[in-house]
Design a protein around this ligand. Structure first.
Ligand code: SF4
Length: 228
């Protein structure tokens, strides 16, 4: 059964930080391709320095469902496209099993550059902090304003933090549909619709019981599909 809860969409507070944020790079009124091109030049926080490139989004602007992940991983950073690594492949399978067409879905991340710690062997993922989420938020706001999806699904705690607030707990509140009121103060989420969060597909890959974790992800995605 779908649980319907009302929640106000969280607004990101601006932390005390010297990063300028992406706002100065975001062209006003731009479409997705212009946003993508502008984001490639973004220096709104320090993450652009070590990453290979900006990883913007994939999927059509006509999408009714948008998926928001955390940040690009190692494979995505090299490819310049979101969700193309192992987690992306698992997500593709989960979407198909949930009856969702990946090619009709808009896929993006809350943070557009890969944050990592370099070791001699590999680049280790580092979770973006609140300052990175806040700095990168103008891109997410702008792209969601263009796509204007009916349902937005946050993949993982970081994306949920960006869109549902710091108090949101994926472990307790995953799979719940939150009414997203039409807002005048956040142009990225203009239209009334639904917000939901589930785990990031990389968490399924790390789970002790991977089959159970996968089925739970598919069940959450089915809930999102049924809300369309
Ligand atoms: S992470 Fe976001 S704000 Fe920071 S440089 Fe990249 S695009 Fe700009």
């Amino acid at each position: 059964m779908v649980t319907l809860l009302h929640a106000s969409v969280a607004s990101m507070s601006t932390p005390a930080d010297t990063r300028p944020g992406a706002g100065a790079w975001v062209p006003v009124g731009a479409g997705i391709e212009a946003l993508r091109a502008a984001a490639a030049q973004c220096e709104g926080c320090e993450l652009h320095r070590a990453a290979t490139q900006t990883v913007f989004s994939a999927g059509p602007v006509s999408a009714r469902l948008a998926l928001v992940g955390e940040q690009p991983g190692d494979a995505e950073d090299r490819a310049g496209a979101p969700f193309v690594g192992p987690a992306g492949q698992l997500l593709d399978r989960a979407l198909a099993d949930a009856g969702i067409e990946r090619d009709a879905t808009y896929v993006t991340n809350a943070v557009k550059h890969f944050r990592f710690t370099a070791t001699p062997q590999r680049r280790l993922h580092q979770t973006p902090d609140l300052a990175h989420l806040s700095a990168c938020r103008p891109w997410l706001t702008a792209e969601l304003a263009v796509v204007d999806p009916e349902v937005v699904v946050c993949l993982g705690a970081t994306a949920a933090r960006a869109l549902l607030g710091a108090d949101f707990r994926v472990t307790r509140q995953r799979g719940m549909l939150f009414a997203r009121p039409a807002r005048s103060d956040d142009p990225g989420l203009v239209r009334a619709g639904w917000l939901m969060a589930t785990v990031h597909p990389s968490a399924v890959l790390r789970a002790d019981d991977r089959d159970a974790a996968y089925e739970a992800l598919v069940a959450d995605l089915r809930t999102a599909r049924n809300a369309l």
